[in-house]
Design a protein around this ligand. Sequence first.
Ligand SMILES: [Zn+2]
Ligand SMILES: [Zn+2]
Length: 265
Amino acid sequence: MLKFCSLFSGSSGNCIFVGNGETNILIDAGVSGKKIEKALNEIGESGTSLTGILVTHEHQDHINGVGILSRRFKIPVYANEKTWEAIDREKLLGKMPAENRRVVSAGDTVNVGSMRIKSCRISHDAADPVCYTISSEGHKVGIATDMGFVSDEIKTILRGCELALVEANHDVEMLKAGKYPYQLKRRILSDSGHLSNESAAELVAMLAKHGTKRFILGHLSEENNYPKLAYEAVNSVLKIKGFDTEKDIFLRVAERDCPGDVILL
Ligand SMILES: [Zn+2]
Ligand SMILES: [Zn+2]
């Protein structure tokens, strides 16, 4: 059995739990260690049961609690070489003991306990950002946020997932009309920025066509999106493509500040 829960999601911090009982991992730990411990307890887990933390990229909303949790519970942290370099250059994680560091190459498959983890490069304004799929006991889940666009590689790696957490960062019109400075709007809309609701809908529809039945929309902008808007953008495209989101497809929007549904596969 594979247990999945988005603990925090959005520009204020991201953290996802995936566990099979024997191996339990976090994908990113972007809020304080304290908050993550509390959220883990709420879903019946704890810091001591963690086997590893996978880092997607070095932005604060993905690594805020990584150093604390890793040191407190002696948890290995997995990131690629360029991400480690960026973390070390800016001293983003405080003192990281050498024994807690694991270097994985972007695009590689590694074993973490009894899970197989595959990473894939994504286009985002960080050193070497990646998305991940996690496979265990015949189940496969995928997590893809912080990407300017959906590359063919991302589509390929996510295909066949039972569950996918996909970024639905912004509504393009809200972003354009909103109060962000022009440069920031350009950054978000660029190929190395964030995924819009429309692009998320396209990706979700493609994955649904290939058999994925559970979707969580995540990393919503607080300024340029609403949970309802993101949900409707994706739901309407799924409906047009002939999927019934009340019967065939499980579609949710991740909570920003607390654990969402615990999904058992
Ligand atoms: Zn980022
Ligand atoms: Zn982010």
